[in-house]
Structure formats: C-alpha cells, structure tokens
Design a binder for this molecule. Sequence first.
Ligand code: FAD
Length: 389
Amino acid sequence: MKTQVAIIGSGPSGLLLGHLLRAAGIDCVIVERQSADYVLGRIRAGVLETVTTDLMERLGIDAGLKACGLLEEGFNLADGERLIRIEITRLTGKHVVVYGQTEVTRDLMDAAAERGLEVVYEAKDVGLHDLESDLPSLSYVKNGVEHRIHADFIAGCDGFHGPSRRAIPAARVREFEREYPFGWLGILADVPPCHPELIYANGERGFALASMRSATRSRYYIQVPLSETLEDWPEARLWDELAQRFDPISKHGVTRGPALEMSIAPLRSYVFETMRYGRLFLAGDAAHIVPPTGAKGLNLAASDVAYLSDALIAHYRSGDDSALAGYETKALARIWKAERFSWYLTKLMHRFPEDGSFEHRMQRAELDYVASSEAMQRAIAENYVGLPL
Ligand SMILES: Cc1cc2nc3c(=O)[nH]c(=O)nc-3n(C[C@H](O)[C@H](O)[C@H](O)COP(=O)(O)OP(=O)(O)OC[C@H]3O[C@@H](n4cnc5c(N)ncnc54)[C@H](O)[C@@H]3O)c2cc1C
C-alpha cells in the first residue's frame, strides 16, 4: 500500500494530524497498536487551551466541545487554607475549556469514521524502515498477516512508549529528563465538583488537585510516594483524604461516589531534541513529556500538530519545504516554555521528600508573592491559557 503520510498512533496528536491532512486533501493512514475501546478507556487530560479548541473548530469537530465544554475564566492555587484565584480571562483576555481527552478522542474517532480517515486498530509489531530514503515505510502485523505501508513521510505520534523515537540513531539525539519522586493518584467519579473552578492545593499533607470533566463528573488527584500502589488506596481512604484537603477551602465540599476509574501516574519532564530524522517527524508525547501540573501535555501535542500539518500542507501545495525544515526549531521553542511552566508549577505546589523547612518557606513566600502581585498572576495566567503559536 502507498500513502502520502503514514501516522503511527491514534492518540490526540495522531488523530488531529490525520484530520488536518485529510481536510487539505492529503492521503494518510493511522496505525494504532491498541483497540479503539482501549484508546477511549484512558482517562487523561481535561483542560484545553485555545490552540486545541481552535484546531477542533477549524476541523468542524467542535459540536461536543461547544455543547459540553465548560469555559473557565479562572483557577485557584491553594496555600494551606488560603485560595489565590488567578483570574485568567481578566488578565489575558483568554479562557480555557474543561473537556476531557476521552471526549476529544471520541469526537475525533467518530469524525474519522464519517470522513473516511482510515485508522487501523490492533496493529501489532509496528516497524519503521528506510527513514533516510525518499520512500520510507512502516510494517505491522494484523490478524497474523504482515502489512507494509510506503509513504512520503512518517509521523511518529505514538506517545512516550512508541517505537518512533527509538528508530532515531542515538548519535543524532539529545535527551533531557527530570523524574519526580512522587506520582498522582487520580479518581474519576460521577459527583458534582467541590468547587466551580480547578484548585491546585499545596498543603501540609502534600499536593492535591480538584478538577472536573463536567458539572456532574469530578476528577481529583493527590500526590503519592512512588512506592505506593492502588492497593494502598481503597476508595474510602482516598475520599477521606480529599475531604480533609478540600472541605475547608472549596465551595461545596467533596461529594463522594463510586469510582469510575482510579490510577497512579508517575510524573516526568522529558524532551527529546530531535523531532526529525530523514522523513520521520515526531509530535506530541513521542517527543516530550510534561508533568500534568498546568495541563500542558495534550495542548503541546496540538501545537506540534498545528506546525507539522501546516508544514506538510506547504510541501504538497507549493513544494515549499522551509516549514518542514523549521518544524523542530519552531516546535521546541514552544515545548521548552511549556516544560518550564509545568516544572515551575510542580515545584511550587508539591511537597518534595528531600525538601526541608527552608524550601517550604520558599514555597510559601512565592505563593504570598503570587497572592499580592498582579504581575505574577498575569505571568501565570499567560502560561496557563497557553503561549501563542
Ligand atoms: C494522568 C494524566 C493527566 C493528564 N492531564 C493532562 C491535562 O489536564 N492537560 C493536558 O494537556 N495533558 C494532560 N496529560 C497529558 C496528555 O494526556 C498527553 O500529553 C496526550 O495524551 C499526548 O497525546 P499523544 O497523541 O501525543 O500521545 P498518546 O495519547 O500517548 O497517544 C499515542 C498513541 O500511540 C499508540 N502507540 C503506542 N505505541 C504504538 C505502537 N507500537 N504502534 C502503534 N501505535 C502505538 C498508543 O496506543 C496511543 O494511542 C495527562 C496525562 C496523564 C497520564
């Protein structure tokens, strides 16, 4: 089989890229290791910047977003029992939209079926070949049969654990990594949120986040040591913990309900500084990871894909390859700024096991400063709503 762009991975970056290329009349195929149900079962991001909502609007796949997305004009940093509201709309003129990654993915999948964007699910043993030639290819096995797709370009949208990044020779790459000494234990439940806007809380008992997916579905996280597992956290224990942290500071207090999902995610900052190798281009989590503090991961995937799709469209429309040549530089400039913000917010809001009383006072002094300085609040708001493309 021959196509113009072969895309590995049907997460947000692969699906968005596929739709943007198809809308421009460029042939592409997406190859995904998991089943569609598995991809939809992953509970992840929930806060969308304008960069992401604009792409969905441009594609005309924004009916769900418009009907169910919650427009947020502010969010809160909690310092003990004090809430510091960051008025993002007043300070930046922009807002964010609370709409789950699951819903974004479902909307993109449904539209793929309607628009003839081909996604091959349950493709095993994906391999990348001849990336430095003019006709690279990828191979995969489906139902025991090996297939090969030749393409002009391959887009590696296969997340942190996919094969694309590893197909680039080590001598060509530079990696930057910070692992954090804790993870986020999350719970999703059909209960009303404890507060109308997100609360990132730094308290004596550690970090916690109160967020939501809708007016009736809540998503909470707490910081846990990496040594702890879900067995250590029966639902009742987690609800007790959340109530201790949020009842004194939230508007309605924590409402309990049966968990729809619970999981523990490790936190990592990571940048892979080669986003192009021959005819392979990386986008999204395949090239970088941010800790979820500040909600940048999905939004960075969207900005990578915005740059990459424009560059591929310029190649096919006018034979102009300057945007393809500049893709990595342009994407990395935005990636590093988002890495900085996620790292800053992670350091400000979590309790690090190695920190002592001095570091805690530093966090408190910084939060005091944020509370009293509109300039600081504006800087945080500007990053939170997403830096311009
Ligand atoms: C707990 C948690 C909370 C988060 N919260 C937020 C948030 O609030 N806001 C935000 O912006 N981001 C958030 N993120 C990050 C966000 O979910 C990711 O950045 C986003 O999913 C990246 O999209 P992607 O398409 O690049 O990668 P992925 O979503 O990882 O998709 C990659 C796809 O490639 C497939 N794949 C992997 N290997 C292969 C293979 N060998 N062959 C074929 N296919 C393969 C995978 O199955 C997957 O479907 C969060 C992440 C986590 C874990």
